[in-house]
Design a protein around this ligand. Sequence first.
Ligand code: F6R
Length: 270
Amino acid sequence: MEVLVLPTPEDVARRAAEVVIAGLVDAARAEPALGLATGSSPLGLYAELATAVTSGRLDLRSARGFALDEYVGLPERHPQSYREVLLREVCRPLGLPPDRLHVPDGSGRDEAALVAAAQAYERLLLDAGGVDVQILGIGANGHLGFNEPGSALSSRTRVKRLSERTRSDNARFFEGPDDVPTHCVTQGLGTVLDARRLVLVASGAAKAEAVAAALEGPLSASCPGSVLQWHADATVVLDEAAATGLRNRDYYDASASGLPEPVTRRPKAW
Ligand code: F6R
C-alpha cells in the first residue's frame, strides 16, 4: 500500500489523476475498465482527468466505466441516482460514451429482481475482464462502496441496507434526510478487491478517523476500508487534514520520496 499525503485537496486530485492515468496506461488494454466512485471525494480527480482528456493525454472513448454502487428505488432519471451523477460528472466531461457506462441496476421492484441485477453486474464485470483501476472514496464510518461496517470481506455485488450514518451524510444531495434511499446495490468488498489497482482519495478532517482505521487498524469487517491492506496495488492519496490520525506518517513520507540515488560502486581496493 502506498500512502501519499499532500498539502491540499487540489494536490490530492492532481496526484490521484496521475496514478489513475498511469494505471490505465499500464493496463495496456484496447478497452480499459475504469471503476468509478460517486460522492464528493473524486470530483476534483474527475476534473483533473477531464483536463487530461482536453489536452489529449487521456482518451476514454474506448474505455468502459463501472460504478461501485447505485441506490435502490429512485425514479428513473432521478438527478441523484448514481447513473445520472456519473453521466454528468464523468461521461460528459471525460468523453466516456454513455453506452460504455455500467451501473448496478437498482430499479428492481422486488428482492428477486434486485438479486438478479446484482448477479448480472458481477457477470458483466467478469466479461469485461475486470476493472483495471478502481477509484474509491471512503465513508466517515469506514464504508467502501456502500459496504457498511459488518460487510463480509469477501462479499460480492448485492443488495445492502444503508446505515443511518451514511443516509444522514448523503442527505446533502437530497431535499431532506427522509428522501435518501434506505437500500442500495453495491459491489462487494471481494468485488472491489478484484480490481487490478485501487486508488482511494480522501480529504478533510471528517475522514481522518476512518482513514486511520482503514490504513492502520486491524483488517476487519468493522472497517470495510481496511480491505485496502489486503490489496497488492493500492494507492491512498490524502490531504493533511485526512491524514492527521496516522501513526506511521514519517514512514509514508519517507517511502514517497522514492528510491535513493543509485549507489556508486567503488572498485575493490584489494
Ligand atoms: C460512492 C461510494 C461511497 C463514497 C463515500 C464517500 O460511490 O461508494 O463509498 O465514496 O460515501 O463519500 P464522499 O466522497 O461524498 O464523502
